[in-house]
Design a protein around this ligand. Structure first.
Ligand SMILES: [Zn+2]
Length: 159
């Protein structure tokens, strides 16, 4: 069995997955060092927003992965406007959404710590806002230089 460095627990929302890829790059983790648990609204589910059986499945999977790969950190990522919990429309204001999502993250941290006890590890909690998605979307591709090659009629052959 191989060891990993971190478990990323992240909603399936493509905006968040893209954000997560950027975060992983910034943290300088190598792809082979990362366990990933990606599922719709996974952090709210681990906290309390969804049905009990789903929470148990997520927690058991985390326990299984930790037993197998012994990662020292878990990163929990949830986001504004998560469809799995009804989107931003479900909350009276962005401030209330932020507050409730922060509560979810705290409860998810506690639930995971409980299931992994007595193991000690860092559980990082992150809430990603729409503003961050917009910034990411606007900056996308700007750091790589685009190259337009003229169409060639001659097929390129490998020697
Ligand atoms: Zn989501």
């Amino acid at each position: 069995m191989s060891q990993s460095k971190v478990l990323v627990v992240c909603c399936s929302d493509p905006r968040l997955v893209v954000w997560m890829d950027r975060y992983i790059r910034d943290r300088k983790w190598r792809p082979m060092e990362i366990d990933r648990l990606i599922s719709p609204g996974v952090v709210p589910a681990i906290a309390w927003k969804m049905t009990y059986p789903e929470r148990e499945v997520h927690l058991q999977n985390i326990k299984l992965l930790h037993g197998a790969h012994q990662f020292g950190e878990i990163v929990l990522v949830t986001h504004e406007d998560c469809a799995a919990i009804g989107g931003s429309a479900k909350f009276a204001s962005p401030d209330i959404e932020l507050k409730e999502q922060q509560q979810m993250l705290t409860i998810a941290q506690q639930n995971i710590a409980k299931v992994l006890a007595p193991a000690k590890l860092i559980i990082t909690a992150i809430y990603v806002t729409m503003k961050e998605f917009d910034q990411l979307n606007n900056s996308w591709g700007k750091e790589t230089k685009e190259v337009t090659a003229p169409a060639s009629k001659t097929p390129i052959k490998n020697k």
